[in-house]
Design a protein around this ligand. Structure first.
Ligand code: PGA
Length: 255
């Protein structure tokens, strides 16, 4: 990875605080910053931390603009398991973001191709993404860009792998996980001026090792991040357990 910044911290709450610090700095230097935001279990603590910083007046989201990375096809704000609902519940309703500044692909549209093009255009019209915050799937996906996705891809519809559907079953009370999703592309992500990848827990240890050591190839989507000049990987000690020299060369944070 060119100039990788790597923060390995003791546990998941500390990792959330490191990412919140990075985000706070971006918003301080640009109050109308454009963020790309993830869903999943990993960012839950981050959203708690950001809500608390907003509550005490430390981060002002009033002018911030957000674009979520992905959404399930067929989902709308009211569907159980939709990412729109997830974001309302875990973040948007808890901070002073303006609803009109919060974008999520609309998975309920009949013309999904047009929706993908519209989403990509909205990002462009916002001036591009200042900071993309990512999680990582166990198969190396970022957003819903599953293995094999071209690195120059833009917002598109994907068939979600069985493994990823299984990993997301927790958010669908009836256990019926959609088979398709919309996601910003890897090219869309690589256009962000700054990228932070947050990984916590032992289930991510193997994929982080692959991220730093495996060849850069579309069969492992997150490897595209190694082509970006400004990526910061924030991991807790469990996720970092298989990295070759976590302490020696990492710029390890003492937090
Ligand atoms: P998780 O999902 O945070 O629930 O592990 C991450 C991802 O699939 O990007």
């Amino acid at each position: 990875m060119p100039n990788p910044a790597l923060s390995i911290v003791e546990d998941a709450p500390r990792a959330a605080r490191v990412v919140a610090d990075l985000l706070e700095n971006v918003i301080r230097s640009r109050p109308d910053a454009v963020l790309a935001l993830p869903t999943g279990r990993t960012p839950l603590r981050l959203y708690d931390e950001l809500a608390e910083r907003n509550r005490v007046g430390r981060i002002d989201f009033h002018r911030v603009r957000t674009f979520n990375l992905d959404e399930w096809v067929g989902a709308n704000r009211d569907s159980a398991g939709s990412y729109a609902r997830f974001m309302d519940e875990h973040f948007f309703s808890r901070v002073n973001l303006q609803p009109r500044n919060c974008q999520i692909p609309d998975g309920s549209r009949s013309d999904l191709g047009a929706e993908c093009a519209r989403y990509e255009r909205l990002i462009r019209e916002a001036g591009g993404i200042d900071l993309a915050i990512l999680g990582i799937g166990r198969n190396g996906h970022i957003g819903f860009n599953e293995p094999g996705t071209p690195f120059d891809s833009r917002t598109h519809v994907v068939e979600v792998t069985a493994e990823t559907r299984l990993a997301n079953r927790w958010s669908f009370p009836d256990g019926r996980v959609p088979t398709r999703a919309m996601t910003v592309g890897i090219g869309t992500i690589l256009d962000a001026r700054q990228i932070v990848l947050l990984a916590t827990g032992g289930a991510k240890a193997n994929v982080l090792r692959c991220l730093l050591e495996d060849p850069i190839d579309p069969s492992f989507p997150a490897s595209a991040l190694r082509l970006h000049p400004c990526v910061h990987l924030v991991a807790d000690s469990l996720a970092a357990a298989r990295l070759a020299q976590p302490a020696a060369d990492s710029g390890r944070s003492p937090r």
